[in-house]
Design a protein around this ligand. Structure first.
Ligand code: CMC
Length: 428
């Protein structure tokens, strides 16, 4: 008889169970056979916040947190950031292979064609107050846009899915730029399909409608690399939300709005905004040691530090540091960079951070770059969302075509009151 992978002995009953692993993982449903009596449901695993639970198989992104490695479809993030442009990486992530020249041209032209918003969505965008947070605007507008494309609800049709992939990839930058211009009380600048994805975003953000606008190539390249670095990161919080919503066969607009809401939080994509606010509060690099002491005392977290999966330097943070150098050559140095570098230096020498394996993550330096580009802090998480749209859509497609996936429905361990008699209002 061939030996099974694992034997579990239940000391409550003395029974042993032989189980097989799948791709090195124990299948949680196999635990159900472990029970004391036949009429109970059987054992579950308990894993709040999914610290050690794989919810899917995925062929998109590989993160090796111990080694500090990140690959998309097998290609290292270092090589993609150096050699590709964002739409190539988006194509790779979404469709599995790097595009040929002609495939890329078709994809780029499709994105260019789809980037204009319905007029009604433009009008709705103008209705937000100038102090509305752009992430709130983004989440609302993505959900609202879904109402203009009812066919998107037909998520089992691959052709419909392809249309939505192009449409969302194309319109997310337009919504982002308009959210910014509404905030800054500036007229909207329509997308220009002659420009690259990133150059088009820059002109929609910064162009004076009455004057020609020249995109600075170094800044275009820097922003493009930032989008590549944010394109996907396997089963992170917002992607998990995207998949969770999509598992009920909701349309991709609702799912992407939900993913955006998850990204907004300061422990996830909102960290880039929080980092710059933190650096501004520290004010001077001489104040860094005292700030770090307060972090160690548990008063607050060091934003842009730590990661659930990386227990080594986040490879994206290393690339972003190089991008920052290129940006500052054009824009002049950022006064916040010195504080950030000092914070990193002190933290990486301190036992609190060393023993917990806390390193700078992708959000630590990205905000300083967005600020150097001339964007207000409220816009930073929205720039993360633009890059991450490729990953959200790739994971959405993967979920819908995975025969093992069903509606997401975690279990719970009930800790409330046992059944009891209802007490009428006048007797309470
Ligand atoms: N500053 C100070 N202490 C920290 C930090 C931090 N940034 N991050 C984790 N710790 C401590 C934490 O207090 C805990 O210590 P102890 O064992 O003494 O209780 C230990 O490290 C483990 O932390 P955890 O909360 O169990 O870790 P987690 O995997 O649940 O959280 C995290 C991961 C990213 C939410 C967390 O590191 C954090 O809050 N970082 C700051 C926010 C941030 O930069 N987020 C961006 C993440 S990367 C990009 C993205 O996902 O968008």
């Amino acid at each position: 008889m061939t030996k099974r992978d694992l034997t579990i002995t239940d000391n409550r009953t003395g029974k042993s169970y032989d189980l097989d692993l799948e791709l090195g993982a124990l299948k949680a449903v196999d635990l159900r056979q472990i029970k004391i009596s036949e009429d109970e449901q059987g054992m579950m695993s308990y894993d709040p916040s999914f610290v050690n639970t794989a919810a899917t198989k995925s062929a998109i992104t590989m993160v090796d947190g111990e080694a500090g490695l990140l690959c998309h479809r097998g290609y290292s993030i270092e090589e993609l950031a150096e050699k590709s442009k964002y739409l190539e990486v988006a194509y790779l992530i979404m469709f599995g292979e790097l595009p040929t020249r002609s495939e890329l041209e078709v994809f780029e032209s499709e994105i260019g064609r789809c980037s204009v918003l319905p007029q009604e969505v433009e009008t709705m965008l103008r209705a937000f107050p100038a102090d509305a947070h752009p992430m709130g605007v983004f989440i609302s507008m993505i959900a609202a846009m879904g109402t203009f494309f009812p066919e998107a609800r037909n998520v089992d049709d691959p052709e419909v899915r392809m249309q939505q992939v192009c449409h969302l990839t194309a319109t997310v930058p337009t919504i982002a730029a308009y959210a910014y211009r509404n905030m800054a009380d500036l007229p909207f600048v329509r997308p220009d399909s002659e420009l690259s994805y990133t150059a088009n975003l820059l002109q929609m953000l910064f162009k004076d409608p009455d004057r020609p606008y020249k995109v600075e190539p170094a800044l275009e390249k820097a922003l493009d690399v930032l989008f590549i670095l944010h394109a996907d990161h396997e089963q992170n919080c917002s992607t998990n939300v995207m998949r969770g919503i999509a598992s009920s066969k909701s349309d991709p607009y609702g799912a992407l709005a939900g993913a955006g809401a998850a990204l907004y939080g300061p422990l996830h994509g909102g960290a880039n905004e929080a980092v710059v606010r933190m650096l501004e509060k520290i004010e001077d690099k001489r104040n860094v040691p005292a700030y770090v002491e307060r972090v160690k005392a548990g008063e607050f977290r060091l934003m842009g530090f730590g990661h659930r999966v990386y227990k080594n330097y986040d490879p994206r943070a290393r690339i972003i540091k190089q991008v920052a150098d290129e940006v500052f050559k054009v824009t002049g140095p950022s006064p916040l960079l010195d504080i950030a570098l000092e914070l990193e230096r002190i933290a990486l020498e301190d036992d609190y951070f060393v023993s917990r394996r806390l390193y700078p993550n992708v959000d630590f330096y990205s905000g300083i770059i967005y600020q150097a580009l001339g964007l207000p802090v409220e816009m930073f998480t929205l720039l993360f969302a633009i890059g991450r749209t490729a990953g959200w859509l790739a994971q959405w497609q993967e979920l819908l075509t995975d025969p093992e996936q069903r509606i997401a429905r975690p279990r719970q361990i009930y800790t409330g009151s046992p059944p009891r008699d209802y007490i009428p209002l006048d007797k309470r």
